[in-house]
Every structure is written in C-alpha cells, then in structure tokens.
Design a protein around this ligand. Structure first.
Ligand code: LRH
Ligand code: MN
Length: 432
C-alpha cells in the first residue's frame, strides 16, 4: 500500500491511549514520554498517526511452498490455489488491519492472463483484500536461458515484451497501479554476451512498456547484483535501475529489495539518494545474513530497516514527494507461512514506529554541531525503545487484536487450512 497519506481502504478513528491498552502499557508509554521529553498524549498522537498511515503489501507467493535448490519442505497448510492465497491474505489483514493488498506474480497467479481477472476480482470481494503490484514472470520459460528482454534473439525479446504488455493489461483490468519488474537477465562467463547491446535492448523494451501504461500506473524496476546470473546481471544495482527507469519514462521508479545488496553496501544511503533524486518507488522487505536469503524482516538486522525508515521520515519532514510502495518479498521455507507473514507485518509496524519517534529536530541540531555521541545516543536510543505497548494500544484503539500472532494461534486458522489442504501435499526435491 502506498504511503501517500491516503490510507484508502480502512481509515481508523482517533480513539486515544487513555481508554485502551493495559495499565502496564500506559505506564510504559508514560515512561517512554519522559525519556523522549514528550507529553504522553503528544507521543501517543505521533505514534497513532504513524501507525494509521502505515500499510504494507503481502506477496501471494509467501503463502506457497517454496524451497532452495536443495529441496522444498512442503507444509500441509501451504496455499497452492489463488483462492487459498487470497484467503490467507484476507486472514493476515483481519489480524493486522494494515495489509489491504496482495502482490501477484502473473504466471503463478493468473496463468491464463486477463481471462483470470474476473475470478481474481471475485476473490477480492470474498476476502476483502485488493490485488496490488503485478509482477511479470520473465524467469521460468526455457526460451529465457540467455535472457528475456535482454536476449540476443529479437524473437525472444519480442516474446518477453508481449508478456510485459500482457502484465500491464492485467494490472489495468484489476485497477492495480504498480507493475513491478524483476528479471534475472545476465550471463555466467566473461566475453559471452555484449553488455552494452543488452543495455540498448532493455532501454527499448522498457520505453515501449512504459508507454503502454495508463497515466496512473507506475513501472517499478527492481535491481539485483547476482543470482541466478553469476558473472553479470543486466539490472545489477540502484544506478542501473535508476537509469533504466529514467530512460523508460516519468512513471518509472526504482524498487529496492533489501536482500539485493552486497553485505558491505550501505542500503539507507542508497535510499537517501533515491529520495533525493525522487526515484524511490518501493521496497521488497526481507532479511538476509549472506545473500538473497529472503528471511523474515528484522530477523537478522532489524536496525537496518530502522535506518531505512528514518531516511524516509526525515525526507517526509523536509517535504520531499514521498510515494512509496511498502511490500514484503520473502520465501518461508521453514517457518509456518501465515505465522511468518503476520510476524513480518508486526515487525515492520514496530520498526516504522520506532523510526517515527526519533526526535529529528533535536537530531538535526546535534548533526549540525557534530555532537557525534549525543546524536548517536538519540538516534540509536530511540531504536532501543520498546514500542510494543504503543502498537498494542493502537490495535486495541482500532478494534484490532492487540497481539495478532496470539490471535492467529487462538483462531485455529492454520490447523483448519492444514486439514482442508493437507491431503494434497507431497515432498518435492528441486534438483529433479
Ligand atoms: C527476485 C525477487 C523478485 C521476485 C522474486 C520472487 O529475487 O526478489 O522480486 O520476482 O524474488
Ligand atoms: Mn524482490
């Protein structure tokens, strides 16, 4: 869901803290206020305003059985049909209240293209969640061995372009704003492909795709440094993605997948650059220890996401045009898929709120006077803040379960899904 101030689907009232949350929560918030020299009501307003504006999109593929090249561990409750994916997305939105849209991958969720739109629209109504970003699949067809939009064969590039245009038509039919493009195109050995020719072919394809979009739509260009290509990747970093987006047209932006960086890269600096150049269109949130591990957000480096959100809150203060699609992109190979999704949404809310509570005016002063330790203590000190009493109170004030994970467990939803879906699943080794 975009952060453009209009929460769209379900606006929340302004009930305050005074009449919700446990006594312990209220005490903790009062103490938080003291440390942050903010009267309790002001901090509560700040927190509730931040949480009211935060929405995050969930990926349909996060509910399906996924694995690594060494195997896939199937889960009885995993979703395989588009109906089950919408049902699970609806359950996550019932529990959290902040995931009103679900991202779709064209060949996985609409294998018959626009012909599947009517069924998806019916599912949207039934489960109360809308289709979000539309993701073309340019990575599974045999023809794409040497690339899709960058393939040396003009015929194969044309096939890939037609899939892009079909994906845009599906987005128009669903009223989806964003077409979110990731493609694995690249090569594995030096000298085996012309890197510059491939740049030209991709510029052309993205220009045609851009011009095929409706005026309200956006093309989000996702970069990734490697995998599955292991010598060069055609859209390998934020600079290349920015160039391709600019070359495509004014409705194209950069998508930052937090897992698509070398471990030494400073991701919040890249975010600051994309905000400064007005090229930031959205995020795919996940976490990683090594490469594109697609682990759950905040499981390895929660401070990383706090630093990213800080850049966004600070840019908002400075009046920069903020139009960001927050999306999750994870593959839950071992954790229960719905549980992992709810855990991720709750973690994202907490990290977004922590960053919102940074006293950025005071910080700016300390940055200006180069009072390094005081600046760090203020900045990192806010990260240490336990905001869970506030998020619990906000949920109660908005008629939502104070603890979505506990509510999921109490609901028996996963057990019911496992019973209904379980008989189908059988072990699959990806190497086959
Ligand atoms: C590629 C990626 C991309 C999706 C896929 C599921 O690594 O991040 O965003 O298409 O994961
Ligand atoms: Mn991604």
């Amino acid at each position: 869901m975009t952060e453009t101030g209009s929460t769209g689907l379900r606006d929340y009232g302004t009930e305050g803290l005074r009449d919700c949350g446990t006594k312990n929560d209220r005490d903790q918030v009062r103490d938080m206020g003291k440390t942050m020299k903010l009267p309790e009501s002001a901090m509560q307003d700040l927190a509730f305003k931040a949480l009211d504006s935060f929405r995050i999109e969930i990926p349909s593929w996060g509910f399906a059985d996924t694995g690594t090249r060494f195997g896939k561990f199937v889960q009885a409750a995993a979703a395989t049909t588009i109906e089950e994916k919408f049902a699970d997305a609806g359950e996550v939105n019932r529990l959290t209240g902040v995931t009103p849209t679900v991202a779709l991958h064209v060949l996985w969720d609409l294998p018959n293209g626009v012909k599947d739109v009517a069924e998806v629209k019916e599912l949207e109504k039934r489960f109360g969640v809308k289709s979000g970003a539309i993701n073309p699949n340019l990575f599974q067809d045999q023809e794409y061995k040497y690339g899709s939009l960058c393939n040396p064969s003009a015929e194969i590039r044309q096939k890939a372009l037609e899939h892009m245009l079909d994906s845009i038509e599906i987005a128009k039919a669903l009223g989806s704003r964003d077409i979110s493009l990731w493609m694995p195109d690249g090569s594995n050995y030096p000298g085996t492909q012309s890197i510059r020719k491939r740049i030209g072919w991709l510029e052309e394809a993205l220009r045609v795709s851009h011009d095929h979009m409706a005026h309200y739509q956006r093309l989000l260009v996702e970069y990734k440094p490697f995998e599955p290509a292991f010598y060069h990747t055609d859209i390998a970093d934020w600079g290349m993605s920015s160039h391709f987006a600019r070359a495509a047209g004014p409705q194209a932006r950069v998508l930052v997948d937090t897992g698509h960086h070398y471990s030494a890269q400073n991701i919040e600096q890249i975010v600051a650059w994309l905000l400064h150049t007005n090229m930031l269109g959205g995020f795919h949130f996940n976490d990683r220890r090594y490469a594109d591990d697609d682990l759950t957000l905040g499981s390895i480096d929660p401070y990383q996401i706090f630093r990213i959100f800080h850049e966004i809150h600070a840019a908002t203060d400075d009046g920069l045009g903020i139009d960001i699609a927050y999306m999750i992109d994870q593959s839950h190979n071992l954790k229960g898929k719905i549980e992992a999704m709810v855990q991720t949404v709750v973690t994202a809310q907490e990290l977004y709120l922590k960053a919102a509570l940074v006293d950025r005016k005071q910080l700016a002063g300390l940055q200006q006077s180069c009072d390094l330790v005081a600046a760090e203590e203020l900045y990192r000190g806010t990260f240490w803040t336990d905001v869970r009493p506030l998020t619990r109170a906000w949920r109660e004030a908005r008629g939502l379960p104070a603890d979505p994970l506990a509510e999921l467990r109490a609901s028996g939803y996963v057990e019911r899904a496992a019973k209904e879906r379980g008989s189908r699943s059988s072990a699959v080794s990806s190497y086959a």
